[in-house]
Design a protein around this ligand. Sequence first.
Ligand SMILES: Cc1cc2nc3c(=O)[nH]c(=O)nc-3n(C[C@H](O)[C@H](O)[C@H](O)COP(=O)(O)OP(=O)(O)OC[C@H]3O[C@@H](n4cnc5c(N)ncnc54)[C@H](O)[C@@H]3O)c2cc1C
Length: 468
Amino acid sequence: MPILTDAPAVVWFRRDLRLDDNPAWAAATSSHASVLALFVLDPRLLDRSGPARRSRLLADLAALRARLRSLGGELLVRHGDPRAVIPEVVASHGATAVHVNLDVSPFATDRDLAVQRRLAEHAVAWHGHWGTLVHRPGAVRTAAGGLSQVFTPFHRVWARTAWEPWPEPGEARVLAAEGDPLPVPESSPLGDGLTGDAAQPGEQGAFARLLLAAARADRYDDERNTPSIQGTSELSADLKFGTLSARTVARVVGESTPGRAALVRQLAWRDWYAHLLHATPTLVRAPMKPQFEAIEWLDDDEGFLAWTEGRTGIPFVDAGMRQLRDTGWMHNRVRMVTASFLVKNLLVDWRRGERHFRHVLVDADTPQNVGNWQWVAGTGPDASPYNRIFNPVLQGQRFDPDGAYIRRWVPELSGLDDTAIHEPWAAGPLELAAAGITLGVEYPQPIVDLRASRQRALAAYEAVRTPR
Ligand SMILES: Cc1cc2nc3c(=O)[nH]c(=O)nc-3n(C[C@H](O)[C@H](O)[C@H](O)COP(=O)(O)OP(=O)(O)OC[C@H]3O[C@@H](n4cnc5c(N)ncnc54)[C@H](O)[C@@H]3O)c2cc1C
């Protein structure tokens, strides 16, 4: 039996909005007689979240609160700066310990360090756990003891590294304390097409969504690149807010078929980018390959705006950007293509695109967003070589051959046939007229020439690619 402390512990929830498979919750409830569940709505984070992410967060918080109420407790919600709120809540409840699940973004680590220092002044214990990843940073090492800068060897070790045991939850009483009201989500927090439990926010809904994803996981490897179908798990927002632990996903999906193994492998990418950012916090703003800091990006404000609004005149790109604008989520294949279009064809700094995605994405997650943008820009670890530039027309023809994805998000093009829909500028005037399209009126002309802009990008990268 663990030793129980009479004084309460605070569990400060952040992006781990669940009670199951949550090491911070388990450690606190098994070592204290009572626990206080706290969430701090930090305006610095809320203001930077677009409506999709804000709504999802608020709905997940309401679900967590309902679960805590069913245990006789409450989720204490406080608005403000955690550096002030946490010490105050700890003091007013006489708590002797704070348990958290740690995060790797520089914002989170700086904030946590500041809170931890203030708590130490009052002899309050700080317990950081790694409940958001499968393996904690530092647990997956090369033979030489470092962090692999290449994904495949990282994955090889990741897959055979034993999971660090997490504590078992205890029976602590869940306290009920009154805080600030929880704002009501401003838009529908979960996408259309879900029914029953799977349409519910919070961990109960997340588990139902996981079961649906697991039921189609055998096909994942074949279907994951087709954006017109639900070929991926669509669990990224649950992983972002921690309504599911990555370990639960890995455990439930399993690796019994190639499709399942391929899905679990994506969680290794997630860990890898987190471990990289943990090791190199400057990744959020500086290219991993320093020579690329000197690239002469273009301040193409008009092009950038057209990109964000899905009116670049390149149908596959516009479909993706409209899916993002309208739902807060975009299919991975199309994230790669739209990001590449911005960085390579428009030659806009990847950090501008990363900031836009960070604002709008429901699943925006600093290590994943930064890691993937650097990968697309060719500036990051294990990135595609800078001279491999996606052709968005060929990508559309290959992964959306019948144009179903384009037709859904760019409906003004739906009258075009499966060939013309990918490059309407190449269609004849009669064909365009029959589909009710005048380029430049119903749908834009391409804002860049794909071939010329490709050459321009190659020249910009080649000018700096040799490290000085
Ligand atoms: C430019 C760009 C920006 C991105 N920004 C984010 C982001 O902010 N947050 C985010 O979670 N993912 C990001 N991704 C990765 C990926 O696109 C999403 O995780 C994925 O599309 C989510 O859909 P899913 O849950 O159906 O994924 P699935 O294919 O079902 O994968 C399962 C889980 O594995 C993880 N995963 C999958 N692909 C990747 C990847 N390439 N890198 C890291 N983890 C991955 C995610 O947690 C995902 O939920 C980005 C990709 C690109 C190209």
